[in-house]
Design a protein around this ligand. Structure first.
Ligand SMILES: *[C@@H]1O[C@H](CO)[C@@H](O)[C@H](O)[C@H]1NC(C)=O
Ligand SMILES: *[C@@H]1O[C@H](CO)[C@@H](O)[C@H](O)[C@H]1NC(C)=O
Ligand SMILES: *[C@@H]1O[C@H](CO)[C@@H](O)[C@H](O)[C@H]1NC(C)=O
Ligand SMILES: *[C@@H]1O[C@H](CO)[C@@H](O)[C@H](O)[C@H]1NC(C)=O
Ligand SMILES: *[C@@H]1O[C@H](CO)[C@@H](O)[C@H](O)[C@H]1NC(C)=O
Ligand SMILES: *[C@@H]1O[C@H](CO)[C@@H](O)[C@H](O)[C@H]1NC(C)=O
Ligand SMILES: *[C@@H]1O[C@H](CO)[C@@H](O)[C@H](O)[C@H]1NC(C)=O
Length: 756
């Protein structure tokens, strides 16, 4: 009896040991290039930006990489030395910064997010009674989606980048994309290969669409890309890289994925490039890019040339990102071909950097699951030596790939929360899934998970989900969500308040507790082209939002001075109004179908002449919800009037038509003051007046006729030449109260016609 049991035990121990010691020396060797002392200086500078002159005497910061846990796991230690002085030691700058932020949250009730900071500190910092030592179970805490570059960062200047990198450090991010400025390098590479400027100009898209140019989805659209843009982005990239590295973050640079300008075929007529199919709803005017065959020797030449030039400019942390088949179907499903492709991509990286590690988005596997069967996935992944590729399980909170690929067939992966599509506004979250998912993934048999990540397409929305996810990056077990969200409310508003806490419980159990097939892609009729086929379905009980709205409104007297509270008041009021738009839409639809003109006029009138204008004025009263700021940032990126016109077009088109003909219409919709009135509002007005006209003349409604007419309205917004204020106007609290008094009673009584 004893022997078999012993053998079994031995086998188990051996398997566990094998799983915990995969052949991943390459990953273990990834270390910040910045020395410890310089990292500590960078953290002290961050603290001074955060807390002002007080920072220097309140915190004593040190960095020592030998504090790291097994396999290089980030660690921080917090203790009190003298009264009022907090000692922070981190295994990296990021670890120290995360420790400080954890202290500020837990001991001082602070909060730092995209919508604002709450940093009211006690006069004397509370001591840490016994030393706290925390080791992250995650080697990597990753951030950014290739799309975030275009949806959120496109118009950023250094000040905004600096804020973001501070946010990243405080939230523990130790690996992130650094994609800025790559076109300047590509431009140089293409010229050196013999392309001329018009061939390059024809290839790059405008700034707001570069993410999809880089992935081979698009070319030419909204370009040409000015040389001044390329240079400004290049200089920005130097500063971004320097700051990220000084804090001990690993920067991920772009690599060659195989897409080339058409001009390559003129210079190298024998190059084996295949024209891919069209992408999304674009035709070949702007899509159908050329993919160089990975077996073609030119693939290595171009890939290596680019990476050599790139790393010569920017240095390297040895991690590179490339996505050859993002939403693009490979030419063949033959596993041998797919292995060759990934081997070739990887070889073009090691040709420039022998230590290269390939970071790949795993989006393709769940985007085209019919193509990516286990044999195809395995072939692509195993074309690269184990441990030399890291896969982002990009949408793991909803469609994790690791469970059906035996944990990516042995390649390490990062469990990522995608959360947001197109940077849409709209309360949304899958809190339970996020709270459980990373722990389940780590416990999966033979798990190869090496970290957690944030991969939103757009940011500056739903702070709460990002706070939760980054907080989990340091934990070994899930949170009690109800407790966590109460603490969140207290820290965010700088005060413990029963009504606000109750509001957050309701938000948590409703909009933030999605488990169905919904995504944070705002489907509300408010932000889509009107038709009779719109969905008004929700994944939660809308009464919870109305009650949260009432609770926040009732805490205005106590919390109204808090800027983060005001943001949430606007956001929850916005969500309630978005729900009301659905109700008016249904009322309009029923009235039209039963030919009741007066009912149609009433509901349509309230929607177009009151609800949408009120929503617009509410949003316009908060600087964080302004179309004018988005457009101003675009214009400020320009160095001439002509560029300003081009960037304005880019900025407006991305939010609305997304392409020349509404190709990906309203994908990146936002609820901005200015946009609600002049785009969504005008569109709804045309819909209602068209329906009224139909009833008056006894003619049927034709969606296709309406689409043609409304397209002119949509285009009209892009070219309306109007300047929108970049400063907030009006008093948020007054406007919010007025809206509440007017619309709340009908909202809870389910009665549209009661309002106004
Ligand atoms: C870092 O920690 C190690 C081990 O505790 C110690 O030997 C070393 O002196 C420390 N380095 C610095 C710069 O303090
Ligand atoms: C670039 O090359 C193409 C093809 O030969 C030619 O038509 C075009 O005029 C050239 N452009 C410039 C700026 O030289
Ligand atoms: C070009 O590449 C494709 C796909 O990689 C391959 O099937 C084909 O044989 C290649 N053609 C030549 C002439 O090498
Ligand atoms: C885990 O890996 C071991 C060793 O490679 C293998 O024998 C076992 O089947 C794997 N377990 C699962 C559930 O895949
Ligand atoms: C979320 O919903 C699930 C049911 O779908 C429920 O079991 C869970 O308690 C809810 N969580 C919260 C925080 O409300
Ligand atoms: C939604 O919540 C309200 C208020 O708590 C409740 O009366 C109603 O029954 C709920 N509706 C559903 C469908 O659960
Ligand atoms: C809705 O409000 C209108 C106007 O006040 C009233 O006439 C109607 O009876 C109400 N309907 C319901 C279902 O409460």
């Amino acid at each position: 009896m004893a022997l078999p049991r012993l053998l079994f035990l031995w086998a188990t121990v051996a398997a566990v040991a094998a799983a915990s010691r995969p052949p991943w020396d390459s990953i273990a060797r990834l270390q910040p290039g910045t020395d410890d002392a310089r990292q500590a200086v960078a953290v002290r500078e961050l603290l001074e930006r955060l807390l002002g002159p007080r920072a220097a005497s309140a915190f004593s910061v040190s960095v020592n990489r030998s504090l790291a846990g097994p396999g290089g796991l980030d660690t921080y230690r917090l203790s009190s030395r003298a009264p009022g002085v907090i000692n922070v030691a981190g295994s990296s700058g990021v670890a120290a910064a995360s420790g400080i932020y954890q202290y500020l949250k837990d001991y001082c009730g602070c909060h730092v997010s995209w919508s604002g900071k709450q940093l009211r500190l006690p006069d004397s910092l509370p001591p840490v009674p016994t030393e706290i030592i925390v080791t992250s179970p995650n080697r990597f805490r990753f951030y950014q989606n290739v799309c975030t570059q275009s949806y959120s960062y496109v118009w950023w200047n250094w000040d905004r980048w600096e804020q973001e990198i501070d946010w990243m450090a405080l939230h523990g991010i130790n690996m992130a994309l650094a994609f800025t400025g790559q076109e300047a390098v590509w431009q140089r590479v293409y010229l050196s290969l013999g392309l001329n400027q018009s061939e390059i100009d024809e290839y790059f898209t405008g700034p707001a669409f570069l993410a999809w140019n880089r992935m081979g989805n698009l070319h030419t659209w909204a370009g040409p890309l000015p040389l001044s843009w390329q240079l400004k982005q290049l200089y920005l990239q130097y500063r971004i890289l320097e700051r990220m590295r000084s804090l001990g973050m690993l920067t991920v640079l772009p690599a060659f994925s195989g897409y080339v300008p058409r001009g390559i075929l003129r210079v190298f007529p024998r190059a084996n490039a295949t024209r891919m199919g069209s992408w999304s709803h674009f035709d070949c005017t702007y899509s159908c890019s050329y993919l160089l065959s990975p077996e073609d020797p030119m693939f290595q030449v171009i890939g290596t040339l680019f990476l050599k030039e790139l790393t010569r400019q920017f240095g390297t942390d040895h991690v590179y990102s490339a996505d050859t088949f993002n939403e693009m179907r490979p030419l063949s499903s033959d596993p041998a071909y797919l292995s060759q492709v990934s081997a070739a991509v990887f070889r073009s990286m090691t040709g420039a950097d022998p230590r290269a590690i390939w970071l790949m988005q795993g989006w393709l596997f769940q985007h085209q699951p019919d193509f990516w069967q286990p044999a195809q996935v395995r072939a692509l992944l195993q074309g690269v030596p184990l441990g030399r590729m890291v896969v982002l399980d990009l949408f793991a909170e909803s469609k994790p790939v690791y469970p059906w690929t035996e944990s990516f067939y042995g390649q390490p992966f990062i469990w990522c929360m995608l959360h947001n599509f197109g940077g849409n506004h709209g309360l949304f979250g899958t809190a339970e899934s996020i709270n459980q998912g990373p722990f389940a993934a780590r416990g999966f048999p033979n798990s190869t998970m090496v970290g957690i990540g944030l991969t939103p397409e757009g940011i500056e929305q739903n702070d709460v989900m990002y706070e939760l996810m980054t907080d989990l990056g340091w934990r070994k077990e899930p949170h009690d969500l109800r407790q966590w969200v109460s603490d969140y409310a207290t820290q965010r508003y700088g005060a413990s308040n029963a009504q606000a806490a109750a509001a957050w419980q309701l938000l948590l159990q409703s909009a933030y507790n999605c488990s169905g097939p919904y995504t944070n892609h705002n489907r509300s009729p408010l932000v889509h082209r009107p038709s009779f086929r719109m969905t008004t379905e929700l994944w939660y009980n809308e009464s919870d939002i109305y009650e949260a709205w009432r609770l926040l409104q009732s805490s205005v007297d106590v919390l109204g001075a808090s800027s983060t509270f005001c943001y949430d008041l606007v956001d929850v009021t916005r969500q309630a109004m978005q729900q009301l738009v659905s109700r008016y839409y249904l009322e309009i639809k029923q009235a039209f179908q039963s030919r009741m003109l007066s009912r149609l006029l009433t509901a349509g009138g309230i929607l177009v002449y009151d609800l949408l204008p009120e929503l617009d004025s509410l949003l316009s009263s908060d600087r964080r919800f302004l179309l004018g700021r988005w457009l101003e940032a675009a214009r400020l990126s320009a160095t001439s009037d002509q560029e300003a016109v081009l960037y304005d077009l880019n900025a407006r088109n991305q939010l609305t038509l997304w392409g020349p003909n509404g190709n990906i219409l309203d994908y990146a919709n936002k609820q901005f003051g200015g946009l609600v009135l002049d785009y969504y509002g005008v569109r709804w007005s045309l819909f209602v007046s068209t329906l009224v006209e139909c009833l008056n003349t006894g003619t049927p409604f034709h969606q296709s006729h309406f689409n043609q007419a409304v397209f002119q309205v949509e285009r009209g917004f892009i070219y309306n030449g109007k300047r929108y204020p970049a400063k907030a106007m009006g008093n948020t609290l007054d406007i919010a109260r007025k809206i509440f008094l007017k619309y709340y009673p009908s909202a809870v009584q389910h009665n549209c016609s009661r309002a106004v």
